[in-house]
Design a protein around this ligand. Structure first.
Ligand SMILES: O=C(O)C1=C[C@@H](OP(=O)(O)O)[C@@H](O)[C@H](O)C1
Ligand SMILES: C=C(OP(=O)(O)O)C(=O)O
Length: 451
């Protein structure tokens, strides 16, 4: 298992440059969003649970460590996944317990810093939360205000961000709560995940600019319903979670479709073919949007028999791409290699992600010769010939994979700290090398349009 504490090393990684088309069938590790939701729900469930083929990465290791420190028992058990063991979870103990003092390291994981604090209100004792240096700059105000609104004692020194300490009393009354979740959908998900365990359940209302990344809220609602929790989301910006048990479960975690994106992009960039195994026929993951997005760029995408096959076209078309959420860095890298201009909209909240992704993408693509402008809620990217150079990654896994995509088409791209991909996919460098090795003289790139 990945160590939850380690910040990956700062090394330069020479991105493979391909002059032939890739042709590969791969599996990708489990979904971060599903793994960390099911871990939280297992800790709150009414009996022991099993997660099959879960993600093993820094973010999941941090979640496991956090839930263990709150009292859940999480064991690795043999499974049939390609990327590590299954997980068996014995939930947090219920009823009166001796108060304890614990710490939770959130690293840079949004799911840990947003989802776990409410659980700390359900157990007895003090839990101190902190994370990586940049974690202290990620938006947390709505969670801190929400916990106070629920009567949970929290000391953040008035900063409205990490670090903070929560004094749990072993239970939360719940009821009506108003939040402004415009900075992150994870504020809504965090409260819905735990709402059924409040004495009176939860009636959550969002006020403010629209909630971003709504697919992730739908994932939360569908996951809760699948475990017998009644959630009424029939009125926009209102969610009612009825109090009651969360049914124990044994689930197989879907592959991470967002992390499949860079590999699918390799097909698009090289005019080759990538097949992703075990693509779900129905899913709440935003990564299923690749089947809609990549054809807009000139690729073909076919889902057949559980395999998604993407084949790149003769060149990459730009376009208007709205609300791409965590897919945006991959979309932006493809747009920087496109022959026509692109506009990405609806992603202002990416400024609060692992880094300010709009600023980082604009700076790093521009440094390679690209033409990128930040807008109020996204990016405008125009065609320009790119050249080699260092692609800085700001501890952001999706910046690292964006650099790798650009390096496929541009000679001499060096990605700083490729190890940061361990946040959600420690296997990235090896899988990328394996895919790159399939580009041989027999798989000629047809188009001369690529840089
Ligand atoms: O709930 C989740 O699992 C996530 C929600 C989204 O967060 P934001 O709403 O902050 O974008 C997404 O970007 C993140 O990668 C994962
Ligand atoms: C925004 C992301 O992560 P987090 O869960 O840390 O918010 C992401 O993975 O793109």
């Amino acid at each position: 298992m990945i160590s939850p504490g380690g910040v990956p090393g700062q090394t330069m990684w020479r991105a493979p440059r391909l002059t032939h088309a890739v042709d590969a069938a791969i599996s990708v590790p489990g979904s971060k969003s599903l793994t960390n939701r099911y871990l939280v729900l297992a800790a709150l469930a009414d009996g022991p649970c099993v997660l099959r083929r879960p993600l093993h990465s820094r973010d999941s290791a941090l979640m496991i460590a956090a839930l263990r420190s709150l009292g859940a028992v999480i064991d690795e058990v043999p499974g049939d996944g390609d990327f590590g063991p299954d997980l068996r979870v014995t939930p947090l103990p219920t009823g009166a317990r001796e108060p304890a003092a614990r710490t939770v390291d959130c690293g840079l994981a949004g799911t840990v810093m947003r989802f776990v604090p409410a659980l700390a209100g359900l157990v007895t004792g003090t839990t101190a939360f902190d994370g990586d240096p940049h974690a202290r700059r990620r938006p947390m105000g709505a969670i801190i205000d929400a916990l106070r609104g629920l009567g949970i004692s929290i000391d953040d020194g008035g900063a409205g961000s990490l670090p903070f300490t929560i004094e749990g009393r072993g239970g939360v009354r719940g009821g009506r709560l108003v939040v402004d979740a415009s900075a992150s959908s994870q504020f809504v998900s965090a409260l819905l995940l735990v709402g059924a365990r409040f004495d009176e359940g939860l009636h959550l209302e969002h006020v403010g600019k629209p909630v971003p990344s709504l697919d992730h809220v739908r994932m939360t609602v569908e996951t809760l319903r699948s475990l017998g929790v009644a959630v009424d989301d029939s009125v926009p910006d209102h969610w009612h979670v009825s109090p009651g048990p969360i049914a124990a479960f044994d689930v197989a975690i879907e592959p991470d479709l967002s992390n499949a994106g860079p590999f699918l992009a390799a097909a698009v960039v090289t005019g080759g073919t990538i097949r992703i195994r075990n693509w779900p026929s129905g899913t709440t993951q935003v990564g299923d949007e690749w089947r809609r997005i990549l054809p807009l760029m000139g690729a073909t995408a076919t889902l057949d028999g559980g395999t998604l096959t993407v084949t790149g076209g003769r060149s990459i078309s730009g376009g208007v791409f709205a609300d791409t959420s965590e897919l945006a860095p991959t979309v932006a890298a493809l747009c920087a290699l496109a022959t026509t201009p692109s506009t990405l909209t609806g992603i202002a909240h990416l400024r609060g992600h692992e880094t300010d992704r709009l600023a980082a993408l604009a700076a790093e693509i521009t440094a390679l010769g690209g033409r990128v402008q930040e807008t109020a809620d996204g990016l405008v990217i125009e065609p320009a010939p790119l050249h080699g150079g260092v692609f800085h990654t700001y501890e952001d896994h999706r910046m690292a994979t964006a650099g790798a995509i650009l390096g496929l088409a541009v000679e001499g791209v060096q990605v700083e700290n490729i190890g940061t991909t361990a946040k959600t996919m420690p296997e990235f460098p090896e899988l990328w090398a394996a895919v790159a090795s399939t580009a041989t003289a027999s798989t000629t790139i047809e188009s001369g349009a690529r840089s």
